[in-house]
Write a protein that binds this ligand. Sequence first.
Ligand SMILES: C[S@@+](CC[C@H](N)C(=O)[O-])C[C@H]1O[C@@H](n2cnc3c(N)ncnc32)[C@H](O)[C@@H]1O
Length: 273
Amino acid sequence: MLQAADYDYIRGLVRERSAIVLDETKDYLIETRLQRLAHSERYASVGDLVARARRDSAVSRRVVEAMTTNETSWMRDVHPFEGLRHHIVPEMIRSRAGTRKLNIWSMACSSGQEPYSIAMVLREYFPQLLPWSVRILATDLSTEMIAKSKEGAYSQLEINRGLPAPLMTRYFKRDGLQWRVSDDLRKVIDFRSMNLVEPWPALGVMDVVFLRNVLIYFDVETRKSIFLRLRKVLAPDGYLILGGAETALNIDDTFERVTIGRGVAYRLRSRSH
Ligand SMILES: C[S@@+](CC[C@H](N)C(=O)[O-])C[C@H]1O[C@@H](n2cnc3c(N)ncnc32)[C@H](O)[C@@H]1O
């Protein structure tokens, strides 16, 4: 059993390292996630794990990672990927015909379903992009999630969550009990661990940014600081795609909400065409 002081310590640690806010209603989540970690790393109890985390930074890092929620699926929410296919990429192909470069960033990619879904949309519907320099950057705080994304091996249960059968046949191969993504798809994605609340390395200008289902875990100040940095990273005519429960409204008015097909995206208000 954890003591009140342990919960306070975990809340403080997770907030300081990841900006994820865990209020008192999330104590059950702390308990269950850390139980699981204590069990898999063979600690005698969850109390032992927390005691160790207090003096060992490698262990405290594992604790923070264990507190991230990595829920995701293929083509999650559908509309962002439909928007990419029918509006954003066709527009980018016209506007970037001179440079033939396209940069897309999946900012909290979890186990890789989001960037692989983006890559499948590009491969499936835009053969004219083959000679282009297309880069998909995929980052996440969790080193475990980045390792899983790079490996590109998924269970049947994970595959069943939203991956259309024709895409599975074309881009995945059976490997024992798992399905492995094709090298062809994997090589267009640059997977890196990166903490959104630490300074960002120089990444170049991004034409499309997916920032989905992670802002919900942060407080308003953290969200503001991320939008502030995105202003500089997003191309003036680029697109920012947030999760269904997330918005830039009343947080950063530099971004305006636009309708893309049946979905929405955000664009810089003072953009150049
Ligand atoms: C719910 S998943 C979202 C995955 C995907 N974007 C989607 O919408 O399906 C949230 C991800 O955000 C990551 N995350 C949480 N805090 C982060 C931070 N400070 N920096 C980078 N990634 C973070 C977690 O590790 C987790 O994989």
